[in-house]
Design a protein around this ligand. Structure first.
Ligand code: CP
Ligand code: NVA
Length: 310
């Protein structure tokens, strides 16, 4: 049966570890110049209803490095954007392609696409979730810290698709996560309830607070994201006001562990969610994190679209 990557909630801790191990192996081999042809003759269609730099480039380069091809399909240019149904799109694309990556607004559209497609579907970001990013984040944390279980991550800022997915990911791997957001900008409560089951099985914690200082205290990882996600441009002024006091500054970083790392999925807006000296400072690992999008997604594509062992 075909498999999709729609949400980290659908993966077991073992499946996550498997993807991360393969991502590490592919990264090492990539640095050594090893060539792969595991997806030779296969094509990934990449549907984008929102902008992208990292997701688009890393999926396209990833397919190329695995011996396959990638097609960029802007939703403005395909008939989906003019009202063709998700059902018909899924059925037709399944006749041409070997996998679909989709970045869009509603999680339900991604789930419907996966339901109707006969080929694997990968969630490249919705308003609710960003699983590919968090797999790359976990790979980065494991590289920097040597482990995942038992660490404390803090997330400060908007309770958005990144927060929701980080909560899921942390709970799956037994990491504590403390999220600090203003009262009306917290992460999704249903996602937190579902993730609590995973957290409880590891004895790890999910803490939701409005106090950034409380969240960052003793953290190994400090994570933030934009206060204005794609699709929220009209709320920009209101949001910037609401997030006053949530900027991650050097002073705030001092409350975390001395060897804590600073992470951000990017794009970052210096002087808003984090100060420039933090974003560009010695604790920041943002570009290693961005690079790992390539390796983690190659691992996902091999697992979902490959039919031989690497
Ligand atoms: N982090 C991330 O998904 O970046 P893009 O929006 O550039 O793809
Ligand atoms: N929360 C951001 C993430 C961008 C990668 C957004 O959805 O725009």
């Amino acid at each position: 049966m075909k498999k999709d990557l729609l949400s980290l909630q659908d993966l077991s801790p073992e499946e996550i570890t498997d993807i991360l191990d393969l991502a590490d192996k592919l990264k090492k081999e990539n640095k050594e110049g090893t060539e792969h042809h595991i997806l030779k003759g296969k094509t990934l269609g990449m549907i984008f209803a929102k902008s992208s730099t990292r997701t688009r480039v890393s999926f396209e380069v990833g397919m190329y490095q695995l011996g396959g091809n990638a097609l960029f399909l802007s939703s403005n240019d395909i008939q989906l954007g003019r009202g063709e149904t998700v059902y018909d799109t899924a059925k037709v694309l399944s006749r041409f392609l070997d996998g679909i990556m989709i970045r869009t607004f509603a999680q339900k559209d991604v789930e419907d696409l996966a339901k109707y497609a006969d080929i694997p579907v990968i969630n490249g970001l919705t308003d609710l979730l960003h699983p590919c990013q968090v797999l790359a984040d976990l790979q980065t944390i494991r590289e920097k810290k040597g482990t995942l279980k038992g660490l404390k991550m803090c997330y400060i800022g908007d309770g958005n698709n990144m927060t929701n997915t980080l909560v899921q990911g942390a709970a799956k791997v037994g990491m504590d996560i403390a999220c600090a957001s203003p009262e009306s900008y917290t992460c999704d409560k249903d996602i937190v309830s579902a993730a609590l089951k995973d957290a409880n099985s590891h004895g790890s914690k999910i803490i939701l607070t409005t106090n950034p200082e409380e969240a960052i205290e003793g953290a190994d990882i400090i994570y933030t994201d934009t206060w204005v996600s794609m699709g929220q441009e009209e709320e920009k002024a209101k949001r910037i006001k609401a997030f006053a006091g949530y900027e991650i500054t050097r002073e705030m970083m001092r409350l975390a562990k001395p060897d804590a790392i600073f992470m951000h999925c990017l794009p970052v807006y210096r002087g808003y969610e984090a100060s420039a000296e933090v974003v560009d400072g010695p604790q920041s690992v943002i570009f290693d994190e961005a690079e790992n999008r390539l390796h983690a997604q190659k691992a996902v594509m091999v697992k979902l679209m490959g039919n031989q062992k690497l």
